[in-house]
Ligand binder design. Structure first.
Ligand code: T1G
Length: 700
């Protein structure tokens, strides 16, 4: 193992280099030697300045998250000790930043008097995404460097900024295209030569002055930011702590920040969000695909279909820097699709979430055609055409006729059998499912469907491409509806019966929103359009008494102003409709069902528990490799509350034993398959083994 901390000299400038692969996290075995080095160099008269730098691919990317909840995290020196040591220097200290300075890494850098960066560097305090807040002064030093309003946005969103924005904001003093270390040493020497007074960041107040006189303005900004963070504790604490920088002395606000940190890091939400952090990393490790399997090169992607899904998929690739050729059957349909993409980008420019330059660059990477031959130059071709097997096979035959050997052939099907599609081609090893979620340019989840013959390097290509375009890849096996939609069907199975037996759409939806979902199943149905489910049911010869009746009346949801709810013209707010309640009562009477009060717990048991149960069946069949993969699917594709970690994680923290008991109760009462507990769930309940440890029905 390399030395975690080395000290070298360039004349009278000392360079402290940290080396803790893969991301220079502030593990205890790094903190100890770093603290010793800082104390020694502070008191060394032969040293006139210090540069703090990192070896490897990045500057410090935060505290070591794997130490959380272990004694190592609490052992001294901790990060505040390191920063206090830096701030006690009477000689210039300079952080030389490349890669990412995140969380505790940025806090450490703000402990230095100055920061110089590589042009490609990124800066952020993403702690809120782990259900915590910056716990080593980040909420107090960042406002002092870049102003409280910008700091508030960075800390509550957790999103990083680039070196250009960091320079403009005053977070760094200089940005260099190359020779970062040499420039940092020269910078430190120049400051030492100047002999100017050195002011630690913690004592800089100038950028706070204006906001101190406009707390109402600050609070209004907080309210706007927190609107999108419903039910999460960390964003509220983040905003409170930044506000404290305006109303409290530094030391008091720092102590308050620490208290918030201790409270949050021990909380359920942070445990859930840390689970998801590591789940995202684990999901990229695929059975049978070793680290040595190289992805195929993807320089251009072909998208077949420029409708809602095709257009969104094209934008995902363009947003990720991948050139796209989009194909439609007719010029007219093509022009319509291209215009919609252009319009969507214009809206982003108007909203200020995209610059005109970025829009133009993306559109420059977009080409359109009605000729399959123009797809021959693509390295991956994905179809997003109508969800019918015969049409899929026809399109794959056309793709195969033009695609070069080695081109990845992908389908955006959300239900159909990838093996059957692959078998219709002469190259099943090149076929894979890439199931995007609508709107595809927004939703982070990508279900990668592994066929029986899909080659390992095709899977490696799909996973690396997904990360390249900012998606969360989850590899799943072939079954009807894969992981997400199959579990959705189980969650929805009881919805009609709950209404017939006495619940109302708004009552059911309230149980879901109280749980933390952005919206309930009935409001979601109205948003997506009830006619889609109606068409599917008719195709499968299935019925849903109430939903079918609504559709027969032309009540397709928001798009027709009426569905399970009424929508005032142009509004998206669902209003309960007495006509719907009357229709439900009528359907119940037709079936001789006596309606009753349905308690909220029962609604949870008859919707969430079947979802978890189906997840366990999927795990025992090997359709999903890990319980945490299922959590990623639901959090990133279906709005499962991030603060609850996903259905399988929630089941464990809620108690699998109790869930199995209630499933058995409802199974005995209704005889329905969705309630028959999965063998894996029963085993976990009986043995107390964590679901994550149970894989494919046997301990991993
Ligand atoms: N601690 C421990 N392990 C970490 C880690 C961390 N902070 N960051 C990454 N890893 C592991 C990761 O699990 C993976 O392991 C490997 O490194 C490569 O990561 C007081 C308390 C830096 C942008 O939230 O965002 O500071 O799977 O696959 O895509 O205020 O990792 O190979 O075994 O993600 O190149 C705040 C978290 C912490 C940043 C690199 N910091 N990391 O992305 O690689 S809280 C963060 C990232 C904090 C203080 C508080 C990304 C990255 P394995 P990777 P990547």
């Amino acid at each position: 193992m390399t030395e975690a901390v080395t000290v070298t000299r360039d004349g009278d400038i000392a360079i402290v280099t940290l080396d803790n692969p893969p991301v220079n996290a502030l593990s205890l075995h790094l903190r100890k030697p770093l603290h010793e080095a800082l104390e020694a160099l502070r008191d060394d008269d032969g040293v006139r300045g210090l540069v703090l730098a990192c070896a490897g691919r990045t500057f410090v990317s935060g505290a070591d998250i794997t130490e959380f909840g272990t004694p190592k995290a609490l052992e001294r020196p901790n990060l505040p000790d390191l920063i206090a040591a830096l701030e006690s220097f009477a000689k210039p200290t300079v952080a030389a930043i490349h890669g990412t300075a995140l969380g505790g890494g940025l806090e450490l850098a703000m402990g230095c008097h100055f920061r110089v960066a590589d042009a490609g560097a990124r800066f952020g305090l993403p702690e809120v995404k782990l259900g915590i807040l910056p716990g080593a002064g980040g909420t107090q030093r960042l406002p002092r460097l870049i102003g409280p309003m910008q700091a508030l946005t960075l800390i509550v969103s957790g999103n990083p900024i680039g070196s250009g924005d960091a320079l403009a904001a005053g977070l760094v003093e200089a940005v260099h295209d190359d020779a970062l270390l040499a420039n940092a040493i020269a910078f430190a020497r120049a400051r030492a030569d100047e002999g100017a007074a050195l002011v630690p960041v913690s004592r800089r107040e100038d950028k706070l002055a204006e906001a101190k006189n406009d707390l109402d303005g600050f609070d209004a900004a907080v309210a706007a930011l927190l609107k999108k963070k419903r039910g999460l504790d960390a964003p509220v604490r983040c905003a409170q702590s930044v506000r404290n920088s305006l109303t409290m002395p530094f030391e008091d606000a720092l102590a308050a920040e620490r208290n918030y940190f201790v409270e949050l890091v021990q909380g359920e939400q942070s445990r859930a969000q840390r689970h998801l952090f590591f789940a995202e990393r684990e999901a990229t490790k695929i059975d049978g695909v070793g680290k040595d399997v190289a992805p195929r090169a993807v320089k251009r992607v072909g998208v077949i279909g420029a409708g809602t899904m095709g257009g969104g998929i094209a934008m995902s690739f363009l947003n990720g820097g991948v050139p796209v050729t989009i194909l439609e059957l007719s010029r007219e349909a093509l022009d319509r699709g291209l215009a919609t993409i252009g319009k969507n980008y214009d809206i982003s420019v108007k909203r200020g979430s995209l610059t005109e330059e970025a829009r133009d660059a993306r559109l420059e990477r977009l080409g359109g055609t009605t000729d399959y031959a123009d797809l021959a130059e693509c390295d991956l071709i994905i179809e997003a055409v109508f969800e019918e097997m015969a049409i899929k096979k026809e399109v794959f035959a056309k793709i195969e006729a033009v695609a070069r050997p080695g081109t990845v052939l992908a389908s955006n099907t959300s239900y159909l059998d990838i093996d059957e599609i692959a078998a219709a081609t002469g190259r099943p090893q090149d076929v894979v499912g890439l199931h995007f979620f609508s709107p595809a340019n927004i939703m982070r989840l990508l279900e990668i469907v592994r066929g029986a013959k899909t080659a390992p390097d095709v899977l490696a290509t799909a996973v690396s491409l997904a990360r390249r375009i900012g998606k969360v890849p989850v590899v799943v096996g072939v079954c009807h509806g894969f992981v997400g939609n199959r579990m959705l069907a189980a969650r929805s199975a009881e919805l009609e019966d709950l209404l017939l037996e006495g619940a109302t759409p708004q009552q059911v939806d309230k149980v879901f929103t109280d749980f933390g979902w952005p919206m309930g199943p009935f409001a979601m149905g109205d948003l997506a359009g009830l006619d889609i489910g109606w068409r599917n049911r008719k195709a499968l010869g299935k019925t849903a008494a109430i939903a079918d009746a609504l559709c027969e009346q032309g009540r397709f949801g928001q798009k027709t102003g009426k569905g399970f709810y009424i929508y005032e013209a142009g509004a998206r707010t669902p209003t309960p409709d007495p006509e719907v309640e009357a229709l439900i009562a009528e359907k119940a009477a037709e079936r001789g069902i006596e309606r009753r009060d349905i308690p909220a717990d029962e609604i949870t048991e008859r919707t969430l528990y079947p979802l978890i149960n189906e997840g366990a069946k999927i795990l025992q069949e090997g359709i999903a490799a890990r319980a945490s993969d299922i959590d990623l699917v639901w959090v990133n594709g279906y709005g499962f509350p991030v603060g609850k970690g996903g259905p399988m994680f929630w089941a464990e923290s809620h108690g699998v034993g109790g869930i199995v008991e209630r499933l058995e109760f409802w199974h005995a009462r209704t005889g329905k398959d969705v309630f028959e507990p999965a063998a894996l769930l029963k085993e976990a309940a009986a043995s107390g083994t964590r679901l994550a440890a149970l894989r494919k029905g046997k301990a991993a």
